[in-house]
Structures are given as structure tokens and as C-alpha cells.
Design a protein around this ligand. Structure first.
Ligand code: P1T
Length: 423
């Protein structure tokens, strides 16, 4: 655990700087980094420090912690572990994935412009369009795999490029090294939402990103029992501003949620391997099924960016999206009737989930915007848990019709929103 014990200044200037031995492998660091036995009691597992404040020894002298919005030992342990897993210097835990996103946008000022990958999570789109545009920040949405589109969208006001890769829900990729070359040349802040891949499969900072954000609600915690987020960087200047906003705005997670995230992250490596194994099995099953019009999974050779995925990721993740023939009615029939796949928003937990992005996670995106992107009414997103793959496939086999002679196809998805179009 990072200690900011001081006799001179208060603890508000403490930084969660990772000094852990980086010689260990990912799986070992997930269990050990930030998690040495508790210095006060020897407790093996980092305790839940359920306190709002910390008593000073005397004026100006504390034991490393002063007020729990600024720092809490359970939170610091989580931050140290997550920074280590992304191979970065700093991490700030946040109350949710969206508050982590807001912390990052707080780096900007009125008049600044952000280039955003077009199929970001609906809540991120809503945060940008309905909250931050009101403060004079503007956003242009582009196809993240189109480097020319990114270059073309840059204006003198552009300060940041924000991408998800793989994207939610269509599992499209952006070439992180190539985008980083652009952002470095143009002095833009490059932010990557790494929620879907997790640091086990992809480490954007190693590929040139400046900031990584996570919804730790998902794979990091892994058991669908908390809401949380994280902002990670190795950039000293950016970290100072991010840290200031994290404390000034105060959207921090409580110690119990940090404890659960830290418990979950210990098994991240194990879980991601199983999530991926199930995703492969289900993606291949869906690809061969007559009721399915299209399957989106970067691990499949049919995925248009399979080669890029193999180059920049160490695995392909645990989310598969597919389009069922017959549009909304057919999609409803599937999502309403699976037994193991629970119909719910979110992803990344041990229990498999099924979701209808057009009416659930991506409902904040207007139909005329989402449909041309490929978020059509027949699209279903599956978050593969770690149940037995045969049971999951049997669940889908039961609800997908084999005779599709009477079903219609979904709307074509080729049309794209032009760069700079009002959204
Ligand atoms: O829900 P929250 O912890 O605030 O995280 C927001 C968020 C940010 N980034 C990505 C890529 C996400 O997928 C999310 C949340 N997504 C869902 C709830 C979902 O079902 O897709």
C-alpha cells in the first residue's frame, strides 16, 4: 500500500505511484501488487477501511491518510494494482466508468474539441452530448479504424482523441499504435476505454495511449456486484490535473466496492481465459447457425480486423455480438427466452448476460445515428460468463429457430455518418 505519511504537508498531495516489482507476470501482480499484508495488523487481505476521516497525530502530521474522499487505504491498494496491470505509473479509482470518463473530460475547457470513435457505449455518448456540450466542449464522431477520418477531423481546437477498442457493442477495432502516431505528432491527448479488452488482453499505454479508462464494473471486478471506474496514466502532468479533479469533484468509490474490485481482479487472468474460451465456442456456433445473419467477434477469421486484433491484443475477449434474421421480433424472441443467459445490461461477470443494445445499452443513441453504424434492431450482445460452454450453446440452440424461411433480413449497415455531422 502506498504510504503518504508526512510531517510537513497534508495528504492531499499523495500520489498512488506504482513502485511494485514489474518483474512478476500479470497473474502474480494481480494478486500481489498493492496487496501486501496490512501494515497495522498483518491481515493477509487488504482490509475495508470503512472510515470517512483519519485522525492526525498532531497538526500537520498524519499517518499517510487524512480524508477519505482524497485517499482511502483500500482504494489506494486497488489503484496500485490496476496501475501495475496496465503497466502504468498512476491510477485513480472512480465511482463508475462514466465518472472516470467525466474525470478525463475535465482535463478540457470550453471551446476544446474531442474526436470520438463512433460506436462508443451509449452512456458515454450521452455524457458527451448531453452534459459536456453544455459546457462548450464539442465532439466529432468518426470511424475509429479510419486513420484518414481522424486526421480530417482535427481542428485547431482539437485536444483529445477518445476511442474504445474493441467497441461496444460491435467489437470493432482501432489500430492503437497508428492512432498514437497521429496524436503524438499533433500533440493530442489519446484516451482509450479498455473496458472490453482488460489489461490482460491489451495494454494501450504500452502502444502509445496517454490515458486508459475502465468501467471496473465489468471484467476488472468480474462478478456483477459493484459499479466502479478507473483512470490510468503514466503522464505526470496529466495525472496532476486528473488527481485534482478526482478530489475536487469527489466521485470516488467507497471502500467496500474497492475491496470487491480488488478481490475480483485477483482472478482476472483466469477468468479472461475462460470468458474467451466460451466466446470462441459460442461465436463459432452462431456463425454456423441459419438464424444468424452476422457474427461480430474479433477472434473469428471472418472479422474484418482479425489480423489487427491478433497483432495488438493478446486475446479477443469475452463479448460476442450477432444479428439475428427477422429484426426486432426475432431478437425479442431470443433475449426473452434464454435461461442461462440473463437479460440484463452490463457485461464482464462470471454469469452470462444477453442484451439488446438498440433498446438497452445504446438506447441513448438516436435510431438514425445507431442504425447506420450497425446497431440494428436484430443485434444481440452476449457477454460470455464462465459457465460450461456446452450449456451456454444448448441455451442458444433452444431459442434460435432452425427454419428461417419466413424471416426478413435487417437494415443494411454500410451507410456511415460523415465526419463532423451533427449528432
Ligand atoms: O456503467 P459504468 O461503470 O458507469 O461504465 C460505463 C461504461 C464505460 N465504457 C464502456 C465500454 C462500457 O461498456 C460502460 C458501461 N457499459 C454497460 C453498462 C453496458 O452494458 O454496455
Amino acid at each position: 500500500m502506498t504510504n503518504c505519511s508526512t510531517t510537513q504537508t497534508d495528504c492531499t498531495t499523495q500520489e498512488t505511484v506504482v513502485e511494485a516489482a514489474r518483474d512478476y507476470s500479470f497473474a502474480t501482480r494481480a494478486i500481489h501488487d498493492g496487496q501486501e499484508p496490512d501494515s497495522a495488523t498483518g491481515a493477509l487481505v487488504t482490509p475495508i477501511y470503512q472510515t470517512s476521516t483519519f485522525v492526525l497525530d498532531e497538526l500537520g502530521v498524519n499517518k499517510g491518510f487524512q480524508y477519505a474522499r482524497t485517499h482511502n487505504p483500500t482504494r489506494s491498494a486497488l489503484e496500485e494494482c490496476l496501475a501495475s496491470l496496465e503497466n502504468a505509473k498512476y491510477c485513480l479509482a472512480s465511482a463508475s466508468g462514466l465518472s472516470a470518463a467525466a474525470t478525463v473530460i475535465n482535463l478540457l475547457s470550453a471551446g476544446d474539441h474531442v474526436i470520438v470513435g463512433e460506436d462508443v457505449y451509449g452512456g458515454v455518448y450521452r455524457l458527451f452530448e448531453r452534459v459536456f456540450t453544455r459546457y462548450g466542449i464539442t465532439f466529432t464522431y468518426i470511424d475509429g479504424k479510419d486513420l484518414d477520418a481522424i486526421e480530417a477531423a482535427i481542428t485547431p481546437q482539437t485536444k483529445m482523441v477518445w476511442l474504445e477498442t474493441p467497441t461496444n457493442p460491435l467489437l470493432r477495432l482501432a489500430d492503437l499504435s497508428a492512432v498514437a502516431a497521429i496524436t503524438k505528432a499533433r500533440k493530442l491527448i489519446f484516451v482509450v476505454d479498455n473496458t472490453f479488452a482488460t489489461p490482460y488482453f491489451q495494454r494501450p499505454i504500452e502502444l502509445g495511449a496517454d490515458v486508459v479508462v475502465h468501467s471496473t464494473t465489468k471484467y476488472i471486478s468480474g462478478h456483477s456486484d459493484i459499479i466502479g471506474g478507473a483512470v490510468i496514466t503514466s503522464n505526470d502532468q496529466l495525472f496532476e490535473v486528473l488527481k485534482f479533479h478526482n478530489n475536487a469533484v469527489g466521485a470516488v468509490p467507497g471502500p467496500f466496492d474497492c475491496f470487491l474490485a480488488l478481490r475480483g481482479v485477483k482472478t482476472l487472468a483466469l477468468r479472461m481465459r475462460e470468458h474467451e474460451r466460451n466466446a470462441f465456442a459460442v461465436a463459432r456456433f452462431l456463425e454456423a447457425h441459419p438464424a444468424i445473419e452476422a457474427v461480430h467477434y474479433p477472434g473469428l477469421e471472418s472479422h474484418p480486423q482479425h489480423e489487427l486484433a491478433s497483432k495488438q491484443m493478446k486475446g479477443y475477449g469475452g463479448v460476442v455480438a450477432c444479428v439475428v434474421k427477422g429484426g426486432l421480433d426475432a431478437a425479442k424472441q431470443v433475449v426473452n427466452n434464454t435461461k442461462l443467459f440473463q437479460l440484463a445490461e452490463s457485461l464482464g461477470g462470471v454469469k452470462s448476460l444477453i442484451c439488446h443494445p438498440a433498446t438497452m445499452t445504446h438506447a441513448p443513441i438516436p435510431k438514425e445515428v445507431r442504425e447506420p453504424l450497425g446497431i440494428v434492431d436484430g443485434l444481440i450482445r452476449l457477454s460470455l460468463g464462465i459457465e460450461d460452454a456446452n450449456d451456454l450453446i444448448a441455451d442458444l440452440e433452444r431459442v434460435l429457430p432452425r427454419d428461417t424461411s419466413k424471416t426478413t433480413t435487417n437494415a443494411p449497415t454500410e451507410k456511415r455518418i460523415p465526419v463532423g455531422a451533427a449528432r
